[in-house]
Design a protein around this ligand. Structure first.
Ligand code: NAD
Ligand code: MG
Length: 369
C-alpha cells in the first residue's frame, strides 16, 4: 500500500522538487493533496497529472484549505513547502493529527518552536527536516543517543555578496540579491541567503529540531555547498553529510526516514568533480541581520517570532523595490530591539501571533519613516 502525501505549496520550488522526487517513487507514494497560492495554472496542471483527492488554492488569505489538506485522512506525510508564517497553522494541525511533517517551512519552527513541539507530543506527529543542513545533521545523528551529540556545524554558502564590500552590498539590487551562487530557490529564501537571515533562522530551527543549546550550534562559510552539515560527538569525532547541491535528496530522505530507498534521480557524488572544498569563518560585521537573529534566539520568548516577522516584511519591501538591501538588516534590528522582555511567552499561540502582528506593524512603520 503506498503512502499518502500532501504537498503544501506544490507550485513553489520545494513543491516542484517534491513532485520530481515522487515521479520516480510512484510505487511507494501517492499524492493525496496539493495546495497553491497564486500560481493557478501550474496548480491545475499538477492536479491534472497527479489526480489528488484534494486540491486547494489559497486566496483572500484563508488558510483553512491548508489545514484541510494537512489533516486529510488519507495523508500520512505532509510536505510543508509554504514560504513564511502562513505555514504555521497547517504544521500544528498536521502534528496534532499524528502526521509526519516533512518541513521546509522553517519560519514555522522559528516563530513557534515550543508550540510545534507540543503539538507533536499531543498528537503523536513528528517533524522531519527538509532543509538540507538539518537533513545532513539528522543523517549524521540518526541512531545515536542525544547525550552523545556535542555540537552542530551548519554550512552557509555565504550568498552572492560574500566577497563584496559593505558599501556596495548595502546598495545591491534585487537582481543581484537573487543571483544565488549554488542554489535555485524561491525569492524570499534567496534574499534570506544574501543577508544570512536564512542561517540565523536555521540556527533556531536546529535548536528546536535537535534539542541543542544555541552555543552548541556553529556556522561556517562553505562557498561550494557540498558539505551540508557536521555533527560533532562527545568523543570529538565529527561526521558530515556530503553531496552536490540538490533539494531532492533531503526531500526523499524526509519521506523515507529512517529508511533509505533506491533512487536514480540525482547526480552521483564525485569527489574529483567536486574539486577543492573551502571553509571560512563567518564575519559577523558583514552580516548584521544574522547577528540580530542570533540575539533574538538568545532572548527566546517571542523574540524569534518578531525577528521572523520583521524579516518577512523587510524582504517583501526590498523585492518590491521600496527599500534598499541595506535597510533590511536595519529594520529587523530596530524591531527586535524594541521587543519587551517576554521570555516564556512563546508558549501560547495567541502570544506568538500577537508578537508577529506587532512586529509586522512596526517594521512597516520603520520602513516608511
Ligand atoms: P517558493 O516561493 O518557491 O514557493 C512557496 C510556495 O508557497 C508556493 O507554492 C506558494 O504558492 C505558496 N505560498 C506562498 N504564500 C502563501 C500563503 N500566504 N499561503 C499559502 N501558500 C502560500 O518558496 P520555496 O523556495 O519553495 O521555499 C518554501 C519554504 O521552504 C521556505 O520556508 C524556504 O525557506 C524553505 N526552503 C526552501 C529551499 C529551496 O531550495 N527552495 C531549501 C530549504 C528550505
Ligand atoms: Mg538550508
Amino acid at each position: 500500500m503506498s503512502v499518502g502525501v500532501a504537498i503544501l505549496g506544490s507550485t513553489g520550488s520545494i513543491g516542484r522538487s517534491t513532485l520530481q522526487v515522487l515521479s520516480r517513487q510512484r510505487d511507494r507514494f501517492r499524492v493525496v493533496a496539493l495546495t497553491g497560492h497564486s500560481n493557478k495554472d501550474l496548480l491545475a496542471q499538477q492536479a491534472a497529472e497527479w489526480k489528488p483527492a484534494f486540491v486547494g488554492l489559497v486566496n483572500g488569505g484563508t488558510a483553512s484549505c491548508l489545514v484541510e489538506a494537512a489533516t486529510h485522512p488519507d495523508v500520512r506525510i505532509v510536505v510543508n513547502g509554504i514560504v513564511g508564517a502562513a505555514g504555521l497553522e497547517a504544521t500544528l494541525a498536521a502534528l496534532r493529527a499524528g502526521k509526519r511533517v516533512a518541513l521546509a517551512n522553517k519560519e514555522t519552527l522559528v516563530m513557534a518552536g515550543e508550540l510545534v513541539a507540543q503539538a507533536a507530543r499531543d498528537g503523536g506527529g513528528e517533524i522531519v527536516p527538509v532543509d538540507s543542513e538539518h537533513s545532513a545533521v539528522l543523517q549524521c545523528v540518526a541512531g545515536r543517543r542525544p547525550t552523545e551529540l556535542a555540537r552542530l556545524i551548519l554550512t552557509a554558502s555565504g550568498g552572492p555578496f560574500r566577497t563584496w564590500g559593505a558599501e556596495r552590498v548595502s546598495r545591491a539590487t534585487v537582481a543581484e540579491a537573487l543571483k544565488h551562487p549554488t542554489w535555485t530557490m524561491g525569492k524570499k529564501i534567496t534574499v534570506d541567503s544574501a543577508t544570512l537571515v536564512n542561517k540565523a533562522l536555521e540556527v533556531i530551527e536546529a535548536h528546536f529540531l535537535f534539542d541543542v543549546e544555541y552555543d552548541q550550534v556553529d556556522v561556517v562559510i562553505h562557498p561550494q555547498s557540498v558539505i551540508h552539515g557536521f555533527a560533532e560527538f562527545v568523543d570529538g569525532s565529527v561526521l558530515a553529510q556530503v553531496g552536490f547541491p540538490t533539494m531532492e535528496l533531503p526531500i526523499l530522505y524526509a519521506l523515507t526516514y529512517p529508511d533509505r530507498v533506491p533512487d536514480q534521480g540525482v547526480r552521483r557524488f564525485d569527489p574529483v568533480a567536486a574539486g577543492t572544498l573551502t571553509f571560512e569563518a563567518l564575519q559577523p560585521e558583514r552580516f548584521p541581520a544574522y547577528v540580530v537573529g542570533r540575539e533574538a534566539a538568545r532572548q527566546g520568548g517571542t523574540a524569534p517570532a518578531r525577528f521572523n516577522a520583521a524579516n518577512e516584511v523587510a524582504v517583501q519591501l526590498f523585492l518590491d523595490e521600496k527599500i534598499t538591501f541595506g535597510r533590511i538588516a536595519e529594520i529587523i534590528e530596530h524591531v527586535v530591539g524594541r521587543g519587551t522582555g517576554d521570555a516564556g511567552r512563546g508558549k501560547s499561540l495567541e502570544a506568538v501571533l500577537a508578537a508577529d502582528a506587532e512586529a509586522r506593524r512596526l517594521a512597516e512603520e520603520v520602513a516608511c519613516s
